[in-house]
Design a protein around this ligand. Sequence first.
Ligand SMILES: [Fe+2]
Length: 237
Amino acid sequence: MIDFHTHILPGIDDGSRDIRMTEQMLEKEAAMGVTHVYATPHFYAHRANVNRFLERRQRSYAQVQELLERRSDLPKVTVGAEVYYFEGMGKAEQTPQLCVEGTDVLLVEMPFEQWKEGVYRDIRELILRRDLRVVLAHVERYIGLQKNQDVWDRVMELPLTIQMNGESFLHFGLTRRFCMKQIREWGGKVLIGSDCHNLTDRAPNVAQALAYIHSKTDGEMIKKIEETEKKLLCPPM
Ligand SMILES: [Fe+2]
């Protein structure tokens, strides 16, 4: 089992505070059967430049590597980023450097507002011209903001992968209903990530989410999710 979206690197964003918290979060991941965690700290183009971000990420990751040398019982960790959408990201030269290490997979956090034409153009450019494999982070968090769904519909028709947060499956309500409906419709293009930030209110929870999905779809959707993970994340898995 993998956790594709986490803020588990220490001291780099609003996720894990320090290496001790990272260790406890990884213990929690391991206890629920996660074998591979993707560390995806926030990247905001208006706040940091790419080089400085990569340097900071490397310093933080070095602490995790040291930890993993001592603790072979913890999941493997691969670094990436959760890249907040910025205008022109489709053409920006350095965008590919923010992919999950060793892959062409880019996790994009979309704007928390009505999506406009430029958003579609940038995402399309990343996929069709730059040959990146785009994963949209927690899509269930944007749908309510799309009063006009034209751009949403066109984005979703692109060959991309959709990530949903574990949390969205854990409580009765509209969000869970939306996710279950979309998971059936989008089938082989959905991934689950915990988007964990800590050990309390935003803790690792992929296993609980998958258990819920399993209970509602006879395991059929779990197989599709696993296939999507394999296709997307080879070779680092
Ligand atoms: Fe996140």
